[in-house]
Design a protein around this ligand. Structure first.
Ligand code: PRP
Length: 212
């Protein structure tokens, strides 16, 4: 049996992925132990799992350090790495939105030269430049992006909205929706050729589990 290495996104997505994989027949007992380990193995099934930060998952997959990755579609779009996107896993659902105070709606409507704070500069650039044909100033932040309009760093933000509670608690609203998001299974392009049967079988079993 050929070895498979799977890169998971640290945090909630990893938990949801492992429960789905378990139902599909791929398990990893070692991962359930409380430890600071980053890589785990299931010897019987010749599977390796490792945990990484979301934005690094497509990098591991592109370079073949992982055959398979599970990551949010926001990160796939932002990182723009070479990999096959083969399956929508249906969880981790949220939306990429332009958010800000209600007053910023006018600025958006009139295509003003606004400042946009975001963790996703590529997605924001594509949305404003290619879809809206609006010239904007994009400011890259690394987290707590909602602060942008509050401290007047930016007019709006482009960020993920899941429950909407971060926006509500900070007096901001969704002004426009960029796209919907969810967790995806991605595959290294060479692995797909070299380990075709093994990877096809995994995809099939995961897909069947999703459809049950
Ligand atoms: C994400 C996102 C929003 C928040 C949205 O941030 O960037 O801030 O979650 O979720 P909600 O609609 O359910 O409130 P995360 O928690 O990843 O932290 P960060 O802002 O520091 O990146």
């Amino acid at each position: 049996m050929q070895e498979l290495t799977i890169a998971l996104t640290k945090g909630r997505l990893a938990g949801q992925t492992m429960s789905l994989f378990e139902k599909a027949g791929f398990r990893c007992e070692e991962m359930k132990e409380d430890s600071r380990k980053l890589i785990f193995r299931n010897e019987d099934q010749k599977l390796n799992f490792f945990l990484s930060k979301g934005p690094d998952v497509p990098t591991y997959v592109e370079y073949g350090a992982a055959d398979i990755g599970v990551v949010g579609s926001d990160i796939i779009m932002e990182e723009n790495r070479r990999a096959y996107e083969v399956l929508d896993l249906g969880f981790g659902k949220c939306r990429m939105c332009v958010c800000g105070p209600r007053e910023a709606e006018e600025l958006l409507r009139h295509h003003e030269m606004i400042r946009v704070a975001t963790k996703y500069p590529n997605i924001a650039r594509d949305y404003f430049y290619n879809r809206k044909h609006q010239t904007v100033d994009i400011i890259k932040l690394n987290g707590s992006v909602e602060l942008g309009p509050i401290v007047q760093l930016s007019d709006v933000i482009v960020d993920i909205v899941e429950t909407g509670s971060t926006l509500r608690e900070n007096g901001l609203d969704v002004l426009e929706e960029v796209c919907t998001l969810s967790a995806r299974l991605i595959v290294n392009q060479v692995s797909m050729q070299m380990k075709t049967q093994r990877i096809r079988d995994l995809i099939l079993r995961v897909r069947n589990t999703l459809n049950e």
